[in-house]
Design a protein around this ligand. Structure first.
Ligand code: GRF
Length: 212
């Protein structure tokens, strides 16, 4: 059984998509061991409690990031977490946090990285005038929205779009992409070569020659 730790700061719709995917068996042999928020009033942490999951709020005010992150890492370790999933967690992780979970922290970002990192990615895409944007699930490294990309889903930008309508269509794809990426990473059937995530054939898959 693999243990997931979720970090969030707000609404928590990606967290709920992950929880639902576990419940329906799309992410096999996994459970959410802890949901951590840096905001006590985050809707996501309220929803986690309502689902009967273990939750923890880290006090952010007036604390250095390293101190806050040490508390988070201790909490993740206490809950035996194998894979950390950032789901709308609005703080950059300290180098110590990243080093504590090498290639075991995922994030979702609402653009096709490396386009439009940082805040308001959907508004950035509209403003730039791209015809296609989307979402990216990637491993977290020390730089913002930068680590190895696990998967991306594209979303066309429509002439009629405003920030709200585009964000809503991207969010639908986020809810598909994040569970899919988590299942891929937990399966362990991949290698990373430089910046490239390369899927390996699953051990359970029928080899092509035999399938003929
Ligand atoms: C999502 O758009 C995600 O891509 C970004 O923050 C937002 C979180 O939304 N990192 P939610 O809290 O999961 O609903």
């Amino acid at each position: 059984m693999k243990h997931l730790g979720i970090l969030l700061s707000g609404r928590g719709s990606n967290f709920l998509a992950i929880a639902d995917a576990i419940d329906r068996g799309q992410i096999e042999d996994a459970e959410i061991s802890i949901v951590i928020s840096n905001r006590a009033e985050a809707a996501g942490i309220v929803a986690a409690r309502a689902r009967g999951l273990a939750t923890h709020v880290v006090e952010a005010r007036g604390r250095k990031r390293a101190e806050q992150d040490a508390e988070i890492v201790a909490c993740l370790r206490q809950h035996d977490v194998d894979l950390v999933c950032l789901a709308g967690y609005m703080r950059l992780l300290s180098p110590e946090f990243v080093a504590a979970y090498p290639q075991a922290i995922l994030n979702i970002h609402p653009s096709l990285l490396p386009a439009f990192p940082g805040l308001d990615a959907q508004a950035q895409a509209l403003q730039y005038g791209v015809a296609v944007t989307g979402c990216t699930v990637h491993f977290v490294d020390e730089q913002l929205d930068h680590g190895v990309i696990v998967l991306q889903r594209a979303v066309p930008v429509l002439d009629s779009d405003d920030e709200a309508s585009l964000s809503a269509r991207i969010l639908e794809q986020e809810h598909v992409a994040y569970p899919e990426a988590i299942a891929l990473v937990l399966s362990g059937n991949y290698n990373t070569v430089d910046r490239r995530y390369i899927a390996r054939a699953s051990q359970n898959a029928t080899p092509i020659e035999e399938a003929k």
